[in-house]
Design a protein around this ligand. Structure first.
Ligand code: ACO
Length: 446
């Protein structure tokens, strides 16, 4: 039997009498423990029983960056990185991107199932009538410097919403949780567009509730003197699809931040502000901007071979390629690539597209990339689309944050209703001094 077949047989319970447990011998004591295996995991607390003496604290597991630790049970997003599969509540991302709308997907994530027509109409209505923000939010925004980063402004203003809705801390009340969820999904584009207008030195535009969710966002971003902004339906649809693709991605860095902060039972605005902060970091939400910079630097087709050589020599990194979880084509990248055609039909082709496509072609056939299972990720083409929309690079991560909001909220809702969850409080391996005697400053050795 091959190793894979043996492992499969073991998980099917066909070997060793179907016993689903791990036998561990602690060589310090010679004691043997039987640790139950459930859903392919063992409980970290089971190791606490393994002690060398009665007053020993017991064994802990050490997992910096949680690379092999499940922190929750979740029924929101399924991800198989080896196979390149992504599903929200069981529905494949490809079908949702093709047949659904962002607000319908938001309903699915938050409520667990697709809405019927009446539920969808009510949901859309609720979100639409909550797009406005208190006038003082505008004043608050105006306090930022002229060159403030829009992600910093979004972070501050989402957190500030908790001061406008002090009742939001009543997180045990389902109706209360519901209204804050609606408010956050509804107001995120308004805050994002205000942040953009602020850096552009342009007047803030109020929401236009006659428009659909993405069209209203484009209106708040770009409306100038015209009485009514009329978004191109093809661009509106492309933006809707981008929001769908970013709506959730299971326990990533920002979702983990929302869950960790939410576990203190704080209000959802404060928890989501933590998610925005985590997303701001270049290792998380900022790669699409880096792809664009890389493509500009390559500049023309004849520079591609030397760039690829640079990547293989370790002097360069092919941004938008590779993923911690996906060891196959990121399914979102396939969909974005298709959306490029629709957007460029309206805006004209971004000249960098040709370079991106050639890079992809070479990389997918080159041994260096094939051996390391490096495929395009969600960010490889999204920057090109965002640029075609004339969004400045600083806004790219803000767009990600708008799309991710229902995912953050679905995860927060799941967390606060999960009886097994407590305040998130990891342990540590202490490496500092112990039991020192305090010496007054005047007597300390210089
Ligand atoms: N270009 C060239 N080589 C790469 C790349 C890349 N983009 N990504 C990984 N490699 C190589 C590494 O050098 C390493 O090679 P080695 O085994 O010879 O040392 C091997 O592939 C494995 O890479 P790791 O860095 O161990 O993979 P990890 O899972 O830690 O990193 C990451 C994943 C950070 C996404 C990485 O692939 C990367 O830096 N990609 C470029 C940045 C990017 O596009 N980030 C967006 C991710 S999607 C998102 O966050 C929304």
């Amino acid at each position: 039997m091959s190793t894979e077949t043996q492992a499969q047989a073991a998980s099917d319970g066909e070997v060793n009498g179907g016993k689903q447990s791990l036998t561990v011998t602690d060589n310090r004591t010679g004691k043997t423990y039987d640790v139950p295996i459930e859903d392919g995991t063992v409980r970290a607390m089971a190791f606490r029983e393994m002690k060398v003496s009665d007053d020993d604290f017991g064994l802990m597991t050490y997992d910096p960056a949680y690379t092999n630790t499940a922190s929750c049970r979740s029924s929101i997003t399924f991800l198989d990185g080896e196979a390149g599969v992504l599903e929200y509540r069981g529905y494949p991302i490809e079908q949702l991107a093709e047949k659904s709308t962002y607000l319908e997907v938001a309903y699915l994530l938050v409520n667990g199932e697709l809405p019927n027509q009446q539920q969808l109409d009510e949901w859309k209505h609720e979100i639409t009538i909550h797009t406005f923000v208190h006038e003082n939010v505008k004043t608050f925004m105006q306090g930022f410097r002229h060159d403030a980063h829009p992600m910093g402004m979004l972070l501050g203003s989402v957190g500030a919403l908790s001061t406008f809705y002090p009742d939001a801390n009543d997180i045990k009340d389902p109706d209360n949780r519901y209204i804050q969820t609606i408010r956050l999904i509804a107001k995120m584009p308004t805050l994002a567009a205000f942040a953009y207008r602020h850096i552009m030195g342009q007047p803030y535009y109020y929401p236009d509730n006659d428009l659909e969710y993405p069209g209203n966002f484009l209106s708040m971003m770009y409306k100038m003197t015209e009485l009514k902004y009329e978004p191109d339906p093809r661009l509106e649809r492309a933006l809707d699809v981008l929001f769908i693709l970013h709506a959730d991605h299971e326990q990533n860095c920002s979702t983990n931040a929302v869950r960790a902060v939410g576990s203190s039972q704080v209000d959802p605005y404060s928890a989501v502000a933590a998610g925005v902060g985590a997303l701001f970091g270049p290792l998380h939400g900022g790669a699409n901007e880096a792809v664009l910079r890389m493509l500009r630097r390559i500049g023309s087709m004849e520079n591609i071979p030397s760039f690829i050589e640079g990547v293989k020599n370790g002097n360069e990194r092919l941004m938008g390629f590779g993923h911690r979880v996906y060891k196959n084509y990121d399914p979102r990248a396939t969909i974005i690539k298709k959306a490029c055609d629709d957007v460029f039909e309206v805006t004209g082709v971004n000249p960098l597209l040709e370079i991106a496509q050639e890079l992809e072609k070479i990389a997918l056939n080159d041994e260096y990339f094939v051996k390391r299972k490096l495929y395009p990720n969600v960010d490889f083409y999204s920057g090109l689309i965002y640029e075609a929309f004339q969004f400045p690079p600083e806004m790219f991560t803000v767009l990600f944050a708008i799309g991710r909001t229902p995912g953050w909220l679905a995860q927060w809702l799941e967390l606060v209703q999960d009886k097994e969850q407590k305040i998130a409080r990891p342990k540590q391996i202490y490496t500092g001094d112990r039991t020192l005697d305090f010496v007054p400053a005047s007597e300390r050795w210089a």
